[in-house]
Design a protein around this ligand. Structure first.
Ligand SMILES: Nc1nc2c(ncn2[C@@H]2O[C@H](COP(=O)(O)OP(=O)(O)OP(=O)(O)O)[C@@H](O)[C@H]2O)c(=O)[nH]1
Length: 313
């Protein structure tokens, strides 16, 4: 555990520097140059790297770590050390994360003043980078359910296939489709249908590991990418998801609830698979699950036993 030497609200502390015994002692040209460099990028990791490299002439730190807990962002530069000082950053009333400075000896007051002087140049670029990151994240998400969208799927699946091959790990794909979803819409209305879609993604996410990924593939169809998972592992996860969805009680009105079930097809990566062929086999397995009466999971063993004779229309 690194001892917390001190902490402060930089948004408040920068303005008057009144709480510190020392004022920052940084040459104006250094601050000017740093400000210019920080304005050259919207990429968070690069921004933190530029900041870390360019503050070394004014304060000696072994490492820094930038964190935004709510968004699970952690960007670090250098290394951690015995002593640390951390700042909750805010600008214009917006919280923009926490920055921790590490080094092996304590930070004297005059250096804290310098750190806070330097931090004042980081706040606005940081806020812009966070907004940019937010916009970027949104462009890869389905706005209704928060699952990844098709753009994210295309990018991720190719990369995951390549990584699995390089590390000789297994990769499995689940294709999930809600059963008779049209009748949920017809019976309860479109916005209730939307609620079912959202709860479905929540249930899927609850059942998978943090490293697994869920994408909305079509209206009520989802793909779940299970990294480092064999067919047997994937079938267990798939059945857990299926069961969890079947137990959901989703409010339709103030007094009534809706239930839903899902069918799931499962395929695992082979040496000759492309993104398309892997998805195609998961789709065939899903089709079999639908034909078997829905609310069930079908894996590839079943398919190779020749039970899957029909072609999807
Ligand atoms: N509420 C809502 N409905 C959607 C959305 N996207 C697609 N749908 C509906 O999903 C329904 C899909 O119906 P079908 O393709 O017939 O499938 P199904 O009724 O689930 O039947 P099976 O898949 O064979 O079990 C259609 O009624 C679409 O209008 C959405 O974003 N929100």
């Amino acid at each position: 555990m690194t001892p917390l030497q001190s902490s402060g609200q930089v948004g408040k502390a920068i303005a008057p520097f009144g709480e510190l015994a020392f004022k920052p002692d940084i040459r104006p040209d250094v601050l000017f140059r740093l400000t210019g460099k920080l304005q050259s990028t919207l990429e968070l990791p690069l921004l933190i790297e530029i900041f870390f490299k360019n503050i070394q002439s004014s304060v000696s730190v072994d490492g820094i770590s930038y964190r935004v807990r709510e968004r699970q962002i952690v960007v670090s530069q250098g290394r951690t050390s015995a002593h640390s000082v951390n700042y909750e950053l805010s600008t214009h009333g917006d919280k923009v994360g926490e920055l921790i400075f590490f080094r092996s000896s304590r930070f004297p007051e005059y250096e804290l003043a310098n750190i806070e002087g330097l931090l004042s140049t980081l706040l606005h670029p940081l806020r812009n980078a966070l907004l940019y990151q937010e916009a970027l994240d949104a462009s890869f998400r389905d706005s209704l359910t928060g699952a990844g969208n098709r753009v994210a799927l295309d990018r991720t699946l190719d990369r995951e296939i390549e990584l699995s091959r390089r590390h000789e790990q297994q990769l499995s794909l689940l294709m999930l489709d809600l059963d008779n979803f049209k009748s949920i819409n017809d019976q309860h209305g479109h916005s209730s249908g939307d609620a079912v879609l959202k709860e479905t993604v929540r249930a899927i996410t609850d059942c998978m590991r943090q490293t697994d990924l869920c994408f909305r593939y079509g209206g009520e169809e989802f793909l779940i990418l299970l990294s480092n998972a064999s067919q047997a592992d994937a079938l267990i996860v798939a059945d857990r998801i299926r069961e969890t969805i079947s137990k959901l009680l989703i409010p339709a009105t103030q007094t009534t609830t809706m239930t839903a079930t899902a069918s799931i097809g499962c395929a695992s990566l082979t040496v000759s698979d492309s993104r398309q062929s892997l998805i195609h086999r998961a789709d065939l397995a899903l089709y079999t699950a639908k034909n078997r009466g829905r609310n069930c999971v079908v894996g590839e063993a079943t398919l190779s036993q020749g039970l899957m004779k029909e072609k999807r229309q």
